[in-house]
Design a protein around this ligand. Structure first.
Ligand code: PRX
Length: 663
């Protein structure tokens, strides 16, 4: 059953680490993919005969109301691929009903409250009832097929129920991460044209209540299209502001409706959700994912990358507000009929051992988190006992590069060399994993995203010539030359931007925005963003958006934000600002300017460094040279590459001096 056993002694640079034998010992049966040659034959079929391959998978993994005839239409070159035309299905039926019929009393969701308060188990039959009742409420509040619904919720099962209820009636959900400010929420509601928002009175984080409804009230001040606000009572601690008849309580509304509503059968390409993400320009993009293709990618990658089986318990510690939460907390595990953990709160409260206690208590088999969390727990000296992780087979990493020493800590101290580490690479745009090791199958290397998932045909593009780099160990731009079902179909309301951003620069390819190289064994290594996107603790932030917020401040004349490396958060934000004549750099400027970012985006985008400079290096065409600022911050004094296009070359020396004074 298992590939050949080797000594699992993990040393950076010592070569691949084989699948730990403990994984097979703990396995309920055997991995879905039986070995590397099985993966290779499926992978090559997915590339050579994608239509045939995905049609078979679509029939195996999804239930259809009406069969599709055409597997795929359109092309990458035109950015217009569509899958499983003529087919009809419903996402909530696939995630809930079919399991409620077969395994009604099986836990679908295990909810662990903040600060390890209560645990609530929701079975598949209970989930079906809750989703149906809420579906009636949505309809009663005027939501119909094709309408967009904003979901601004803490990490509670009701967030998933809200998503599934939208899907049941064919409404398009747009989940906005609960850390976003009122202004950011408002921008997303307006862009999506939402009719309704679903929120809660408060959230709980590390034992403290955090207001949600007041943020929503503020956001809705300028959203005339929103006619309803459904409020889930999470704490009931603080009196909630109320605007009638717009606002309604979730618990009062669901009481009024029966426990079953038939699902809408929807076309395969019906939009399932929008998810906003940052790009290199200021305005966030609402990426559109469609029903069948997205569900298929979620089901297939959860099944084969994580080797998830029906009896498994999946603990994705990511937030529902990001793509990881959509695909691997909600849709993936539920599509496969397994159990998903919804964990509210932070990894370190009430103690840094919280996650290990949850893993032990709920017999978790799969744990998935971001390197930023691992760095935090490692620093806190938090390690599980072998007993606590005795059921763990797979440990996933996502969202940012994982340093080899953190990878090894994950493998040795958390997994006890008995769980397979899968460092998965994907994006909001790809919907599901694009590059990843396969649990129970592929050997792994610390920090390496390994092999392409089915249907993903990666290439490394030479940025200068635009041709494919065939040699190994040479860095270039990561692109994909074949469409796959779960890729986003558009940017909401701006298809031209979708085409321009992803398909126009190198015709015939989808451009990821990441640098990467392929090693001599054909494994892929991600080198970080090639555009003006900064990754702080796995949160994707746009320099343009951050700078636009700083420029709102009356004293700021120019602003540049760069990502600098940081031990805890991977990257940290460093702001360089120059101030307008007549304004002073007094002790409050730093705080007030940063408050503009918090107001425009949210607290999670708070910069770490704020440096006032007299001039910012820029080109004759006015383009800020962030590359130079980053190098100066890192201590570079001479080697700045080509500076011939600078309009103000003397600024380099002054910034060097100003950064030294800042330190
Ligand atoms: O830069 C890559 C980084 O996160 C970006 C995608 O961000 P987002 O759409 O917010 O989705 C995050 C969760 C999938 C990518 O373009 N990234 C994601 N996974 C990895 C990664 N960088 C290195 N290694 C990874 N495993």
């Amino acid at each position: 059953m298992s590939p050949s056993q080797t000594d699992n002694k993990a040393t950076p640079g010592a070569g691949p680490i084989e699948v730990p034998q403990g994984l097979y010992r703990k396995h309920p049966s055997e991995p879905h993919i039986t070995g590397i040659s099985h993966y290779r034959s499926l992978y090559s079929e997915s590339i050579q005969h994608p239509d045939f391959f995905w049609s078979r998978f679509a029939r195996q993994l999804l239930d259809w109301d009406k069969e599709f005839r055409t597997a795929r239409s359109g092309s990458l070159a035109n950015g217009d691929t569509a899958w499983f035309l003529e087919g009809r299905l419903n996402a909530s039926y696939n995630c809930v009903d079919r399991h409620a019929i077969n395994t009604p009393s099986k836990p679908a969701i295990i909810y662990v409250e903040d600060a390890d308060g209560q645990t609530r188990v929701i079975t598949y039959s209970e989930l079906l009832r809750s989703v149906c009742k809420l579906s009636y409420v949505l309809r009663d509040m005027g939501v119909a097929k094709g309408h967009t619904v904003s979901i601004y919720m803490p990490m509670v099962p009701e967030a998933l129920i809200a998503m599934l209820a939208c899907a049941r009636i064919g409404a398009v959900h747009s989940v906005v991460f609960a850390g976003f400010s009122a202004e950011a929420l408002q921008g997303r509601i307006l862009d999506a044209g939402c009719k309704l928002i679903i929120t809660s009175d408060e959230a709980r984080r590390a034992g403290k209540p955090i207001s949600m409804k007041t943020v929503v009230d503020q956001a809705l001040k300028f959203c005339p299209g929103v006619t309803g606000c459904l409020v889930f009572k999470r704490t009931g601690l603080t009196p909630t502001s109320w605007i009638s008849p717009r606002d309604r309580w979730w618990h009062e509304e669901v009481e009024k409706w029966p426990g079953y509503m038939p699902p809408e059968d929807l076309p395969a390409e019906h939009p399932l959700f929008l998810l906003y993400t940052s790009g290199s320009t200021g305005k966030p993009k609402g990426l559109v994912h469609t029903t069948a293709g997205y569900l298929l990618g979620a089901a297939a990658s959860t099944k084969y990358v994580f080797d998830l089986h029906e009896q498994d318990v999946f603990f994705c510690a990511g937030d529902i507000g990001w793509i990881t939460g959509h695909t691997y907390l909600c849709y993936g595990p539920l599509l496969l009929g397994s159990t998903t953990i919804v964990c509210e709160g932070t990894p370190t409260f009430p103690s840094p051992f919280r996650y290990w206690n949850i893993i032990e208590k709920h017999q978790v088999t799969h744990f998935y988190t971001a390197p930023t969390v691992l760095r935090l727990l490692k620093k806190a000296g938090s390690e599980p006992s072998p007993n606590q992780v005795s059921k763990l087979r797979v440990l996933g990493s996502i969202g940012e590069p994982i340093a080899p020493e953190v990878w090894l800590w994950y493998y040795e101290s958390v997994g006890k060399k008995e769980a397979h580490i899968v460092d998965t690479y994907f994006q909001t745009e790809t919907g599901c994993h694009a590059l990843a090791p396969l649990a129970g199958v592929t050997s792994t290397k610390p920090g390496c995203a390994s092999v392409p998932f089915f249907g993903v045909d990666p290439v490394i593009i030479d940025p200068i010539s635009g041709t494919e780099i065939v040699s190994c160990n040479q860095e270039g731009y990561l692109a994909f030359r074949q469409p796959w079902p779960s890729m986003a179909r558009s940017v909401w309301g701006d298809h031209t931007r979708f085409i321009k951003t992803y398909f126009n620069q190198y015709k015939g390819y989808y451009l990821t925005g990441d640098g990467a190289y392929r090693d001599s064994e054909g494994d892929y290594w991600i080198c970080g963003r090639i555009d003006d996107v900064i990754n702080v603790s796995g949160h994707r932030l746009s320099t343009a958006e951050l700078e636009a917020a700083l420029l709102e401040h009356p004293a700021v004349s120019e602003a540049a934000v760069v990502g600098v490396s940081d031990e805890m958060t991977g990257q940290a934000l460093s702001c360089f600002v120059s101030i307008k004549d007549g304004h002073k750099d007094d002790s409050t400027l730093n705080k007030t300017a940063i408050s503009y970012i918090r107001k425009a985006i949210g607290g999670f985008a708070t910069p770490k460094y704020f440096i006032v400079v007299s001039d910012i290096p820029k080109t004759r065409s006015g383009k800020i040279m962030r590359r130079i600022l980053r190098k100066i911050f890192e201590g570079e004094k001479e080697n700045f590459g080509d500076v011939s296009t600078l309009i103000n070359p003397a600024s380099i020396q002054t910034v060097i001096e100003e950064v030294e004074t800042f330190r």
